[in-house]
Design a protein around this ligand. Structure first.
Ligand code: ARG
Length: 545
């Protein structure tokens, strides 16, 4: 039930004020929801608002605290919600607010011929969580892994492969070739030109260039598959940048596009001037030799997506370092009419992983850290906590995912094993452990011999009411987390729910205790919500830990 929406409507009717602020109360003693309507509108009397709300006899009561009006859900409504959880189980939390709306999530998107580094973890994990969130809110969702498999960097690689007569197509060796190219480039200024020639060959369809390139792509995809299997990630489409070759050609021929393309400052390149929309740096459309750019490919991608999916929203789960790029691409796409004006284009701009000293996260030699090594270590550490192989994988991977997701998308993440695997605090394993604990409690009870007529909801314990109140927020948390592209809101909620459950667990005997049926129903309800929430985050719940 979306009480926030209902309270907002009631407030609108009572006060005549459009769309008043209403939020979850910040502390338990302020009720479930609060509004500062009287603070913002001087002639409104909070007592008058509360009185009118209470006279309507709704699922909640209103109470005045200073200028604020707080709303308390009534126990009956809270218990009804618990019964609903028990009925809906796996589907509890789902809704259809996104019905008839289409969202594309562009995520993961690693680069070919490079190892899958920790740099692509956030996009992969956050992107998948946003994907799952929107799916469960009833949107039609399309995931697209926009692989970096095209561009001038492949010119460098192809040149080196040709120059060194390379036979070793391992990722390690391909990466070495880049490094070597950049070293050689320092003393040989013609190398840049060679690389451009090779990329031009590739774009023009030269068969050697194509064959070698394809080989690099295949090696990389095999490599990435291992990571995706470990992370249990499956993206719907993996078109990659190279897929848009034809689309780019069509776009380049289109006269309505061409009228926006002007000569760059160097006289050879072609650019799109964005000064009229307040962006000083022009978007590089074609390089001096006619080669396309990352931005050209993103524009063609938008053109394709508009035609194929007619999306309402496109989310780019990409790091903050690409802010200017997406600002340019979004503005240019609207200017060139590649995408409908009312499509919401979102760049999540996630923060970086940093080492514990707050510096850039890299190996001693300054290389980027390979994700596979981090994941393997996580699983190893989860084993050391006493888990068997299968559970250790669920715990280790869950820990890494949760740690990433619990940070707000835009903030940087300081990598810290102690926090990642903290069994007593805000971590994936802590929530997984709460689920395992519940499984063990429930398995000891005789739930099947208890039934609804045993339900007794008078004189509930304080801890029970606090749990019920927390449970009542789940559906709204899902909506807020989705609409703001913020899986961390869901993480935070699941942590608070777990921690409230553990307080309840430590204070009361559940199996064989007073009011047992209610306690078991409540415990199972917490389990359903924790599991459904973790599933959205892509985190498994081991039966036992
Ligand atoms: N491959 C790019 C990178 O690693 C990310 C691509 C993001 N998606 C996009 N449509 N540009 O930086």
């Amino acid at each position: 039930m979306d009480y926030m929406k209902s309270i907002r409507q009631v407030l609108e009717e009572i006060s005549g004020i459009k769309n008043p602020d209403i939020e979850f109360s910040s502390i338990d003693s302020f009720g479930d929801y609060s509004t500062n309507i009287a603070l913002k509108n001087k002639d409104i009397d909070p007592n008058d608002i509360a009185l009118k709300v209470n006279n309507l006899n709704l699922d909640y009561t209103a109470e005045v605290k200073g200028k604020f009006v707080n709303f308390w859900l009534k126990n009956d409504a809270l218990v009804d919600n618990l019964i609903q959880i028990d009925k809906d189980k796996d589907s509890y939390g789902k809704s259809n607010i996104g019905k008839n709306k289409t969202v594309i999530i562009d995520y993961s998107s690693p680069n070919i011929a490079k190892p899958f580094s920790i740099g692509h973890l956030r996009s992969t994990v956050i992107g998948q969580a946003i994907y799952n969130l929107f799916k469960s809110l009833g949107y039609q969702v399309i995931g697209d892994n926009h692989l970096g498999d095209w561009g001038t960097q492949f010119g460098k690689l192809l040149y080196m492969i040709d120059f060194k007569k390379t036979k070793d197509f391992s990722i390690e060796n391909l990466e070495e070739l880049y490094v070597e190219f950049h070293k050689l480039e320092k003393t040989d200024e013609t190398l840049g030109e060679r690389a451009r020639e090779w990329f031009k060959k590739l774009e023009d369809g030269d068969s050697t260039a194509r064959t070698v390139w394809k080989q690099c792509v295949n090696v990389s995809l095999n490599e990435f598959k291992r990571i995706y299997d470990l992370l249990d990630i499956k993206v719907d489409n993996t078109y990659g940048e190279s897929f848009y070759e034809e689309e780019m050609k069509e776009m380049l021929k289109d006269p309505s596009i061409n009228k926006h393309i002007v000569d760059g400052e160097d006289g050879d390149s072609k650019v799109i001037n964005l000064e009229s929309v307040g962006i000083k740096t022009p978007l590089m459309f074609l390089k001096g030799d006619g080669a396309t750019t990352y931005a050209t490919r993103d524009l063609a991608t938008l053109r394709f997506r508009q035609k194929k999916y007619k999306p309402d929203i496109i989310v780019y789960e990409v790091g903050a370092e690409q802010k200017l790029h997406f600002k340019q691409v979004f503005e240019a796409a609207k200017m060139l009419d590649l995408i409908d004006k009312d499509v919401e284009l979102v760049h999540t701009a996630h923060g970086l992983y940093l080492a514990e000293d707050g510096k850039k996260f890299s190996t001693r030699k300054g290389k980027t850290i390979k994700l596979e090594e981090v994941l393997d270590e996580a699983i190893e550490r989860a084993k050391e906590l006493g888990n068997n192989k299968e559970v250790a994988k669920q715990v280790g991977i869950g820990a890494i995912k949760y740690f990433d997701l619990m940070h707000s998308v835009q903030s940087d993440v300081v990598f810290d094993w102690n926090k990642i695997l903290n069994m007593n605090g805000n971590s994936g394993p802590y929530i997984q452990y709460t689920v395992a604990r519940i499984n063990s409690v429930v398995s000891k009870s005789d739930k099947n011999n208890l039934n609804l007529k045993d339900l007794q909801t008078k004189n509930l314990e304080v801890e029970e009411i606090l749990l019920l109140r927390k449970l009542s927020q789940f559906q709204e948390v899902m909506v807020t987390a989705g609409k703001t592209y913020s899986p961390n809101i869901l993480c935070n909620y699941l942590y608070e729910l777990s921690s409230k459950f553990n307080t309840f667990y430590n204070a009361h005997k559940i199996v064989g205790g007073k009011n047992e049926y209610f306690k078991i129903l409540l415990t199972s309800g917490v389990c359903v919500v924790l599991k459904n929430g973790l599933e959205i985050l892509g985190i498994d719940t081991p039966e036992k830990m």
